[in-house]
Write a protein that binds this ligand. Sequence first.
Ligand SMILES: [Zn+2]
Length: 350
Amino acid sequence: MAHRQDLVPIAAAKPPFWAGVDLGGTNIKVALVDDEGRLVAFHTEETHAGRGAEDAAERMGRAVVGLVARAGLRPSDVAGAGLGSPGPLDIPLGTIVRAGNLPGWDDFPLRDRVAAHCGYPVTFANDANAAGYGEFWVGAGRAYDSLVLLTLGTGVGGGIIIGDLNVEGAHSHGSECGHMIVDPSDDARMCPCGQPGHLEAYASAKSLVARAAEAIAAGATGSLAAAVAAGESLTPILVGREAEAGDPLALHLLRDTARWLGIGIVSLMHAIDPEAVLIGGAMTFGREQAPAGRTFLERIREEVRRRTFPKLAALTVIGFASLGGDAGSIGAAGLARLAAKNPRGAGGGA
Ligand SMILES: [Zn+2]
């Protein structure tokens, strides 16, 4: 599994160490970082959600113990662990309330079982909050005191970090930015959560693919439609490639996704006024390095400029996240560290 951060040798690392687990529907990622958030060891394995929550909790715990040994550390060199999980969660209880892509895991005492298997206190967080904290601590947000991270993947995740506070809310539903209402109309698209008009219904990878398929089924032509007709699978990567080739439908889909994001971001800016809003997750169209990524980002910024106060448009940084798939595991480790230093900043310790 590729990750963007180089491993730091233990001799150059700053103790104590922190473990972070990023639980996803497909993969489990485990990071061991030093006190400055530098990666010293990394592990990934398949989630095998169908084997059940206890099986995965045991493997997550073992993976933490295994990484500590592999890094040549004593168990006591590690001060704590963090666990980022798909939500919605009950953070004080340490459970997943409604696990969409982890069927049968609802109400399982996930945090406490992972803690039992790894032997460390575990700080529990929503996966996108953990990714947001990773970007805040050592990623694209490290220069800022406050940020919002939107992760674009199967769904749209949100992380809001203000100072040393991870915004979890009074009922563990803080930072659920993907479920902000961006379209109140009667024919709004349906969000996978069951409510219409949420940002996730317009800006997730799943929504992009669904809108592309609908347009093609309705008779759209061009190079994207031709590629799909020739058997290529319809993915955000294909849409990005065909947008770069100038296909009008692909370009429209890319720009329309960016427009909905811009609308959601303006509401976040007006509610929170963060220093930076970062876009991460799997669907970033090659980020600034690719023409499609630049078009996407510029269209988001354009929509924000149209709809916000000139001062906010000028001062708020809108850019891509930088840690890629490592943000969640590094951030979960960071939240364990934050919970140890500032118990009010990150919740759910076991
Ligand atoms: Zn929703």
